[in-house]
Write a protein that binds this ligand. Sequence first.
Ligand code: GDP
Ligand code: MG
Length: 264
Amino acid sequence: SSSGNGSPSFRRKPVIIIVVGMAGSGKTTLMHRLVCHTHLNNIRGYVINLDPAVMTLPYGVNIDVRDTVKYKEVMKQFNLGPNGGILTSLNLFATRFDEVISVIERRADQLDYVLVDTPGQIEIFTWSASGAIITEAFASTFPTVVAYVVDTPRSADPSTFMSNMLYACSILYKTRLPLILTFNKVDVVAHQFALEWMEDFEAFQAAASSDHSYTSTLTQSLSLVLDEFYNNLKSVGVSAVSGVGMEAFFKAVEASADEYMETY
Ligand code: GDP
Ligand code: MG
């Protein structure tokens, strides 16, 4: 109700879905699954790859950072290592991101969602100027949501779970966009434990206190902080491999987009 949506040019569609998460959480596999789901259900999707270093993608893309910047050449030209090469490639791409926005704007009437895959190393997107520029460019033009992908089996340990949630929390604060905690790989481990920990911080504290390597007072304070954080977001369980949870995911996206329209 503050700024953007007062303008008549601000549309409800397409909704931008930025997929972020730790390396190996399953972003690319989930993107593939989401793309398949859109094709099978006549949902009109548009796909953007922002990972300059990915070798092959299992899904077709409409806009690919790799078509504009060759990360290996950027590495050579600026004498950089792999991470510097990826970061610089994304910076170069960000300088021309208004062109990407224009392309989407021209197709807006024919699109429901824009799915955005991000670099394997999460901080390259979430803690860089170019990541912020790209996110802001999306969010000032279209309703934009962040899908934070969690490796559920690897988060079953309380200290890993908390680290992951704190990271998600920092992304929420940095982007100020609706965030969907997307618990992936539920074909391996169900995300029920996570829902219980998020619902009841005492249950989480009890689980954490059995882990003696953990500083219990810090855990207790942080779980109170996170309790407030959980109130501000949606969570879904999905499996990029089995395809479970796709409808719940898109439902959460729609609810987040509504929230976006009310807030921004
Ligand atoms: P990214 O680095 O976040 O893009 O992760 P990838 O999509 O490359 O996936 C990392 C690994 O997790 C791969 O071996 C995937 O096959 C696996 N993976 C991804 N999603 C799932 C899932 O839902 N279930 C299972 N069992 N494995 C998954
Ligand atoms: Mg990937």
